[in-house]
Design a protein around this ligand. Structure first.
Ligand SMILES: [Zn+2]
Length: 396
């Protein structure tokens, strides 16, 4: 731990002590109970919500009990939880997996290397971390059929590595440590927990800027990481309990079923978005690009054409920002927005509710028109890496 981190930790503990003494209720008391019926997307995918990057007592820095994680995930309506304990042989062999109550647990591990971490998702075998390069660790993860994500991208410095499918564009622990200054402490003392957490959760500007730069080179899924440890306990109270953290934000995967295989396929494909439910429960969200019969969902590609139009659907009227290659194209308000897409590039959406980042899409990749487009012909729609044809006529 660096001196700076130590000071932050002390601040955090002081604040948590004050919080415990103030005897504030720690339940976020989210007003909306998560519905069990999930919306169907494009007639074939279901919108499954869950938490990515969760630690338990299998990690050296957490005492989190599996039964508490299961209870919290069930109570907050999570369809899946992706575990990422600091990997040990014990965590791989005995960590939670399979369906517990209403929630599917997907085993994984976190391996700190290169100034950040490698999150292995769907792991079945132990991976040695010590004295090994990040690339070797990623290769070991991928070789066992699991997915690799880069955690803590703001600190990671080994970007020459390959084989990972995405990055963590938001990490709660990073955000809390970043924000844990006097105003943050005071907000926890003076405000109900939901508002206090709401003040902490910020748009992750630096990771988003990095993601935008990387997206110009290759498709890359972005996820939000809970980094839930439930490991700070003062006077019998826990700061950042699983129950609280699971209500702050969620990852949504558009998958054919809730099987581990289908969820990982959706994640690798980038058919995903993130919702910061602390600002309002997000029951559904859609971002699509359509040209006649061809439709691309998030994570998919589509060729530019004169009829190409985008569509954004959100649960209620809010401020929608369209970004292309990391640059803001426009800002509009609405609940259902339809708009022409006139230029190629990586298109993604940020939705703001009362000025706070509420929903974060994954991108749709719009490729340039074929050279003979002016004559009316155009490059066949590369609806990929996986197809998005609503009628099932394309690809796969
Ligand atoms: Zn972690």
């Amino acid at each position: 731990m660096t001196g700076c981190e130590g000071a932050r930790r002390i601040l955090l503990v002081c604040a948590t002590s004050a919080l415990a003494c103030a005897s504030l209720p720690m339940d976020l008391r989210h007003p909306t109970v998560a519905p069990r019926e999930r919306p169907l997307v494009a007639g074939r995918y279901t919108d499954y919500r869950g938490a990515i990057h969760v630690h338990s007592h299998f990690s050296h820095d957490s005492e989190g009990r599996i039964e508490d994680i299961v209870a919290a995930a069930n109570a907050t309506g999570l369809d899946f939880v992706i575990m990422t304990d600091h990997i040990t042989r014990d965590s791989v062999a005995n960590g939670p997996a399979g369906v517990h109550g209403d929630t599917l647990f997907i085993p994984g591990g976190e391996m700190h290397r290169g100034g950040g971490s490698i999150l292995g998702i769907g792991m079945t075998r132990y991976v040695e971390r010590k004295r090994r390069q990040p690339q070797q660790i990623i290769d070991d993860v991928v070789d066992q059929g699991a997915l690799a994500l880069i955690g803590y991208p703001e600190g990671f410095h080994e970007w020459q590595v390959t084989g990972y499918v995405g990055i963590e564009i938001y990490n709660l622990k990073s955000d809390v440590l970043d924000e844990w200054k006097l105003p943050g402490v005071l907000s926890f003392l003076l405000l109900p927990p939901r508002q206090a957490f709401g003040r902490i959760v910020d748009r992750p500007a630096e990771p988003l800027a990095r993601w935008d730069r990387m997206l110009r080179e290759r498709p890359l899924v972005g996820v939000v990481g809970s980094d839930a440890h439930a490991n700070i306990r003062i006077l019998g109270r826990t700061f950042g309990s699983y129950h609280q953290v699971f209500q702050l934000f969620t990852n949504h995967l558009l998958a054919r079923s809730r099987s581990q295989e289908d969820l990982l396929e959706a994640l690798a494909s980038g058919r995903a978005y993130s919702s910061f439910d602390v600002f309002g429960y997000v029951s559904h969200f859609a971002f699509t690009a359509r040209d006649g019969e061809r439709v691309a969902l998030m994570g998919e590609s589509i060729a530019l054409g004169p009829e190409l139009r985008g569509e954004v659907r959100i649960p209620e009227r809010a401020e929608v920002h369209l970004l292309r290659d990391g640059e803001l194209e426009w800002v509009r308000e609405g609940e259902v927005l339809r708009f022409p897409i006139a230029r190629p590039g990586v298109h993604r959406v940020e939705v703001y509710k009362r000025g706070r980042l509420w929903i974060l899409s994954n991108p749709i990749y719009v490729s340039a028109v074929a050279a003979d487009a002016s004559s009316g012909a155009r490059e066949p729609g590369r609806i990929g890496p996986r197809d998005a044809g609503l009628d099932g006529s394309e690809g796969r």
